[in-house]
Design a protein around this ligand. Structure first.
Ligand SMILES: Nc1c(C(=O)O)ncn1[C@@H]1O[C@H](COP(=O)(O)O)[C@@H](O)[C@H]1O
Length: 171
């Protein structure tokens, strides 16, 4: 088995339904990844060990998801030299705004590339784009993915124009 290039971590197993979308994207682009639960709050030593060792183990990008007082992505970014992509997981109390602000408002010097609330799919795509910088097969697949997306939207635009928006929207 090839060594994983992307590490997907999350603060709790309750984040899995969101974070699995990052894994699905990496599967699509055939990029090796690993996935585990690490919490800056609940398992600080484990978080420290993970962040300390991830680059030496061959990982190239970290995707870190957390909700609420979402310190995990920032804490990992403070330790590793790898790029960290943060996924703010939606919470029930504050709809994820707490997670978003905890992840995006990093002090200068310690960046976390933050995606939209619950948008682990974009975190997977961003990781694939970073990996694609040096792997042409991945880069080509990303080009194809974007081309497919463009064609699908143009097709929808054509349908909308041809049918007229009233019929299309059923109004
Ligand atoms: N934000 C963090 C951290 C951390 O940042 O270290 N560890 C767990 N959590 C978050 O707590 C939420 C509730 O967790 P539980 O569902 O386990 O109570 C999760 O969204 C998790 O990411």
């Amino acid at each position: 088995m090839k060594k994983p290039l992307v590490g997907i971590i999350m603060g709790s197993d309750s984040d899995l339904p969101v974070m699995k979308e990052a894994a699905e994207v990496l599967e699509y682009f055939e990029i090796e990844y690993e996935m585990t639960i690490v919490s800056a709050h609940r398992t600080p030593e484990r978080m420290f060990d993970y962040a300390r060792s991830c680059a030496d183990r061959g990982l190239e990008v970290i995707i870190a998801g957390a909700g609420g007082a979402a310190h995990l992505p920032g804490m990992v970014a403070s330790i590793t030299c790898l790029p960290v992509i943060g996924v703010p997981v939606k919470t029930s109390a504050l709809q994820g705004l707490d997670s978003l602000l905890s992840i995006v408002q990093m002090p200068a010097g310690v960046p976390v590339a933050t995606v939209a609330i619950n948008n682990a799919k974009n975190a997977g795509l961003l990781a694939a784009e970073i990996i694609g910088i040096k792997i042409p097969e991945v880069r080509n697949k990303i080009k194809e993915y974007k081309e497919k997306m463009r064609r699908e939207v143009e097709e929808k635009a054509r349908n909308l124009e041809e049918k007229g928006y009233r019929e299309y929207l059923n109004v």
